[in-house]
Ligand binder design. Structure first.
Ligand code: NAD
Ligand code: ZN
Length: 351
């Protein structure tokens, strides 16, 4: 076994990332060393690359990025029984403490001491990554390999869609980035009767159609709320799935929600968002939920079932593929907001 490996790291508190040579991680008795086959770039990685205000407060360089990935188990710690060398796996990269109040209540996804692999400790933009055995997710052979690299954002979408009733429901997805696009596919697969989507970016509106949205609106050019109300006999949608983090989209989403509906908020605004609580939440009797990460491990079970049943076609989402050392061009493409999910290969491109 080699002692060193390539890793894409934040080495300095400044813009940019750097390919580095570091030691292959050592594993403890309850940990698993995974040889990364495919990794994918998340919007969060772009923020860390750009070194925005959030990154400056959170990231402690040097650290290897990467929290969307799949790969092959290389070695397991002495106490690990759940997987063996050679297993094809992905992982939940939110690591919970197991003993705080929420963990004890079975709400590990909102653990008080949550650490994220690829943010707070070395992640998967490397030849190898160290994962606690409890967080490893063995992949069913029927799941397409490249889908294994995007289970983290797909899990965000599945968590949001299934946070309330969905079969026979009308749904509005605000924001059709990768997660909004996945949410459209998941909502349709789970029996939503009509999926409305709003998105300001033209290319992403086209993708929303491809993913199965019934009506795609451009809120910058048309009165999306009026259109949705007209299409729902003036009632509004049963569920708002907020996937943009944009203040205007959030406000419009609440206006388009029916009385008694549920608003599931995943998008992360950078500023406080003013809401008309009286008319859009209280008098509506609306249910408002914050959605964070994936439920551990209910979301993973639901996501796996949907994938195994062949209910989700995510192929339109995938864009370029590149070896890890060509990360600069991949990040540049994503900055433009036009690329799909870009796959990176730390151990060489697949044949
Ligand atoms: P993204 O930035 O690629 O997608 C957001 C989309 O919203 C973009 O396509 C953008 O054009 C669109 N948008 C902007 N303004 C709009 C408007 N007024 N109306 C309609 N659409 C508008 O992000 P993503 O990777 O798909 O993630 C979606 C959101 O979820 C982001 O805010 C991200 O930070 C957040 N997120 C939250 C969690 C969580 O656990 N809560 C996890 C991952 C991501
Ligand atoms: Zn905890």
């Amino acid at each position: 076994m080699v002692a060193t490996m390539k890793a894409l790291r934040k080495v300095r508190a400044a813009k940019g990332l750097q390919m580095d040579t570091v030691a292959v991680p050592l594993i403890g008795p309850t940990e698993v060393l995974v040889r990364v086959k495919t990794a994918s770039i998340c919007g969060t990685d772009l923020h860390i690359y750009g070194w925005d205000r959030w990154s400056q407060g959170r990231i402690k360089p040097p650290v290897t990025l990467g929290h969307e990935f799949c790969g092959t188990v290389e070695r397991v710690g002495d106490e690990v029984r759940a997987v063996v060398a050679g297993d094809f796996v992905s992982a939940e990269m939110h690591v919970n403490c197991g003993h705080c109040h929420q963990c004890r209540l079975g709400q590990a996804h909102i653990c008080q001491n949550l650490r994220i692999i690829g943010i707070d400790q070395d992640g998967a933009f490397a030849e190898f990554v160290n994962i606690p055995a409890s967080n490893i997710w063995r992949l069913d052979a029927s799941i397409p390999e490249h889908y294994g690299a995007i289970l983290d954002p797909l899990g965000n979408a599945v968590h949001t869609v299934l946070a309330g009733p969905i079969a026979g429901q009308t749904v509005l997805v605000t924001g059709c980035g990768p997660i909004g696009l996945m949410a459209i596919a998941v909502a349709k697969a789970c029996g939503s009767s009509t999926v409305f989507a709003t998105e300001t970016n033209e290319k992403r509106r086209a993708m929303a159609k491809e993913m199965g949205a019934d009506m795609v609106l451009n809120p910058a050019k048309e009165d999306a709320v009026a259109k949705i109300l007209a299409e729902t006999n003036g009632t509004g949608v049963d569920a708002l799935l907020e996937m943009s983090g944009n203040a205007t989209a959030i406000q419009q989403g609440f206006k388009a929600l029916r009385a008694g509906g549920r608003a599931s908020l995943l998008g992360i605004p950078t500023e406080s968002v003013p809401l008309d609580l009286v008319n859009d939440v209280i008098f509506k009797g609306a249910t408002v939920q914050g959605i964070y990460g994936r439920r551990m491990y209910e979301t993973w079970v639901q996501m796996t079932s949907l994938l195994k049943a062949g209910r989700l076609n995510l192929d339109p989402l995938f864009g370029e593929r590149a070896s890890l050392d060509r990360f600069e061009s991949a990040f540049a493409l994503l900055q433009g907001g036009l690329a799909g999910k870009i796959l990176l290969y730390p151990n060489g491109m697949p044949r």
